[in-house]
Design a protein around this ligand. Structure first.
Ligand code: SF4
Ligand code: FES
Length: 249
């Protein structure tokens, strides 16, 4: 296949950005999207040009490192799929494909398609952990938890922190990410001791980092590669109101 790429190129945070065009020939439908970009970069390096910067690590949809906008959709056209799991068979010969970085105030651009997502790490640092002793693996097995609760907690814990939800949201809100992290601990017995302090600290950090508020648009859920449900945002709001109520007692 021949693919016509239009890629956002920006040398650094303060440099002026622009779209650059690349015609890519001999693209195999069996290539992953990132393998296709690897081939483009090999060609650029051979010509002495600067390769296109993009993030990746596991390339199997579990680490959250990859992610950019493909033809206006975060992570591209396949639902529930990270960029690294997207394959070129999803495209047609002669397609024009436009690549842009996540665009959000809280994700400053580093270079080309790479943005700094450390704001999500700082939300986790604010409270996405248990600091009390919850025992070892055998204790987890000894504490019986209803199956539906375990399933809901596991579904929330599937968030890989990629930031697509922020990129898709018109408010650049990280509510889906934060709510997934709040939910998976709030649902489990091991998360109860720090339950109130956690949600207050994490929501406070979310706002401090410059993410916007949730206005229930649902774009986050639509692009999330792990199909995290926006019902987690409702749970986070309930957790927050509960914490506020208890703090006034
Ligand atoms: S909620 Fe989904 S889109 Fe948002 S960071 Fe987690 S995995 Fe990525
Ligand atoms: S590179 Fe790890 S999720 Fe895509």
């Amino acid at each position: 296949m021949r693919i016509l790429l239009k890629v956002w190129r920006q040398a650094g945070p303060r440099a002026e950005g622009r779209f650059a065009d690349y015609a890519v020939d001999d693209v195999s439908p069996d290539m992953s999207f990132l393998e296709m970009l690897d081939v483009v970069n090999e060609g650029l390096i051979v010509k002495g040009d600067d390769p296109i910067a993009f993030d990746s690590d596991c390339r199997e949809g579990i680490c959250g490192a990859c992610g950019f906008v493909i033809n206006g959709v975060a992570h591209g056209p396949d639902p529930g799929t990270t960029v690294c799991q997207l394959h070129m068979r999803r495209f047609n010969d002669g397609d024009r494909v436009i690549l842009e970085p996540w665009r959000a105030k809280a994700f400053p651009l580093v270079k080309d398609l790479v943005v700094d997502r450390s704001a999500l790490d700082r939300i986790i640092q604010a409270g996405g952990y248990t600091a009390v002793n919850v025992g070892g693996a055998q204790d987890a097995n000894a504490i019986l938890i209803p199956r539906p609760t375990v399933e809901r907690a596991m579904d929330a814990a599937a968030c890989i922190g990629c930031g697509a939800c922020v990129a898709a949201c018109k408010n650049a809100s990280a509510a889906l990410f934060t709510s997934a992290k709040v939910s998976h601990l709030a649902l489990l017995p091991q998360g109860q001791v720090e339950r109130s302090a956690r949600v207050v600290a994490m929501v406070g950090r979310h706002d401090h980092e410059g993410f916007g508020s949730c206005s229930n648009e649902g774009e986050c859920e639509a692009v999330c590669p792990k199909e995290i449900s926006i019902t987690n945002i409702a749970r986070m709001n309930r957790e927050y109101f509960r914490a506020m109520f208890l703090s006034r007692e």
